[in-house]
Ligand binder design. Sequence first.
Ligand code: NAI
Length: 413
Amino acid sequence: MNQTTDFTPASKADRLVVLLEGIHPSALEALTRDGYTRIKTYEKALSGQALLDAISDAHFLGIRSRTQLTAEVLQHATQLAAIGCYCIGTNQVDLVQATRQGIPVFNAPFSNTRSVAELVLAQIIMLMRGIPQKNAILHRGGWTKSAADSYEARGKTLGIVGYGHIGKQVGVLAEHLGMTVIFYDTTAQLTIGNARQMDTLDELLAGSDVVTLHVPQTPETENLIGVSQLATMKRGSHLINASRGTVVDIDALAAALESRHLHGAAIDVFPVEPQGNDALFTSPLIHFDNVILTPHIGGSTLEAQINIGKEVSAKLVRYSNNGTTTSAVNFPEMAIPEMRGGSRMLHIHKNVPGVLAKVNDRLSDASINITAQYLSTFDTIGYAVIDVDRSDIQAVVEQMRLIPETIHCRLLN
Ligand code: NAI
């Protein structure tokens, strides 16, 4: 595709930003603070013709998880320079098509890390004190004042499976409670505090009073915790899963709770989750008073929403202002230094041999001197950022657009 008609206006004030789905006002604030004033906001997700109309002339588009940016929809958005998913996932965007159109897609994968970690910390304390079952008994009119099966977290061992962003935060918080932290991860990790990495999952399971899971959803983590792993856990220990529903075999967990091998569990994510707030939730775990069930809200806090608004807007602004694509999910990632005079060209092209030579030839033919050049490729596309010593280069930008492999060529000055 050679989109010679598209052009992102040079002035920020002329670039149209469309924000759908009631994105948190922190997003708007971040954009306006940086000089973006042409911003249209919509409170709800749009679909069909309403969506096409809303995005047809947008240069930057912000969505959350409900807006479906299919290939057909994206093809109508001929002016689009970048998409911001103001959420964690990007499944709602046809990333292959976005890449094909030279549109980087940004999201906010770590804005809710702390929210998950705090919930897990609370669950550790609640489970170790036996609060879920006591709470349930009182709700039914009972009264069980007793210290039986009620423990402090201090001095106990927390086993973290998946020592990534969330796992590390949980480890730090748990150490502040006086817990001993061990973890298991398939990759070598920089240890925070006094945490110790275990060589095997079984070693971790056998040594922990509470096991908490923070792995991604992959074929390898499907039913990572099943019958045999639950049997390896200490008798009377607890399991927490706020990662992905596929990681735990729920029937096996129900059996381990039924036999009292496990003393309790806290589960935030499920193999099958209701599709909306009106849908029915069902699980073998609903019968257990000693299980804390939450509706996949580990990361759902106001602070996370504020952070997401700021983080994604900052990524859009960086790309719009200077071409930086760090953490784009479908695009060559480059952190580009600020411009120092002259002009900058963002050239997005098909990833085939010889394109850069053609670009440089055009510049050389126009006697334009390159002051800096950055190139990265990802899958089917290449991304070149070229700084030159002049600002009157609109004619050569038009030449760039005529190179058959060009997808986009944007000028910043
Ligand atoms: P991350 O990518 O920073 O960390 C994941 C860690 O798991 C990595 O260190 C990786 O090496 C490790 N890992 C991968 N496969 C493994 C295996 N088979 N065994 C042991 N370790 C393995 O991810 P992050 O941000 O910490 O998120 C963790 C999980 O939490 C993800 O599944 C994410 O989807 C979920 N999540 C859930 C939320 C909720 O609302 N409940 C909110 C945010 C994230």
